[in-house]
Design a protein around this ligand. Structure first.
Ligand code: SAM
Length: 251
């Protein structure tokens, strides 16, 4: 029996309770890890010992090359952090956050569903919310109009949204994201795509048909809402995996 079929025949209220129980358990894990690891080095040792592939895959890269990715974005959109605030939806290793803090951002926050990502970035000194932002209350409990930059890089799967594969529709998700942006601030969305069967430029995650993607609901919804599409050298790397960045300056 497939998970999709099981989901279809399970009543919505049972799924909601199961989701809440799961979320509660994950929050408890975060608290436990934070109380047993007092600093980043101790937590990295823990991640090594449990063979974590999430955070540690980024750890293996040279810090300069990881940072270049986000620096090229901030340069391209001329984002000056001086006292500004940023929220990263799905920060992974948190290079976007490190750079924003170094550039003088006032508020540097994140949302992520992954326990290790949350503990890692909390130990770096960032404030975060452990939330699955495509399920349950999503982003609705965060403070409206608080952030000058709301960023999602590689943390939203466009193919999945185009298939209606998340519990929330893409239009509703973008609405929740936009509600968080301060006047004059930016929403930046650089989606990821399904994992395929062939490696392109070192990645299994590729946009198989960029032209079809530009005609898809995902792109149409963003265009209707006034987003620009850009390719940013460095940020959109590798280009087969991250061919498009969408951004919008809020009025
Ligand atoms: C591929 S990583 C990208 C990390 C970083 N943005 C970068 O570009 O280096 C995706 C991140 O999004 C988070 N994520 C994916 N789906 C999520 C969801 N529905 N709710 C919250 N976090 C999610 C993952 O836990 C992970 O930290």
């Amino acid at each position: 029996m497939s998970i999709k079929f099981l989901k279809k025949i399970t009543p919505r209220w049972i799924r909601r309770i199961a989701f809440q129980v799961r979320e509660g358990l994950e929050d408890r894990k975060v608290q436990r890890l934070l109380s047993t690891h007092s600093n980043l080095d101790a937590f990295i040792k823990h991640l090594e010992s449990v063979n974590d592939h999430g955070v540690m895959q980024y750890h293996a890269y040279k810090p300069e090359s990881r940072r270049k990715i986000f620096q090229s974005l901030y340069d391209a959109l001329e984002i000056k952090f001086d006292g500004a605030s940023i929220l990263d939806l799905g920060p992974g290793y948190g290079d976007s956050l490190d750079l924003a803090r170094e550039h003088g951002a006032g508020i540097v926050e994140f949302v992520d569903s992954n326990v290790n990502v949350v503990v890692f970035n909390t130990l770096k000194g960032f404030s975060g919310y452990r939330r699955n932002y495509t399920e349950g209350k999503g982003l609705t409990e965060l403070t409206a109009k608080k952030y000058h930059v709301v960023l999602s890089k590689g943390s939203i799967n466009a193919d999945q949204f185009n298939r209606e594969g998340y519990p929330i529709s893409f239009g509703d998700w973008v609405k929740q994201v936009e509600a968080l942006v301060a006047p004059g601030g930016y929403v930046i969305i650089c989606p990821t795509f399904d994992m395929g069967t062939r490696v392109v430029n070192g990645s299994y995650y590729v946009c198989e048909d960029p032209d079809a993607f530009l005609q898809s609901d995902f792109t149409k919804i963003l265009k209707q809402k006034g987003y620009e599409t850009v390719f940013i050298e460095g940020f959109n790397y590798p280009k087969e995996r991250f061919p498009f960045t969408f951004y919008k300056k809020s009025s």
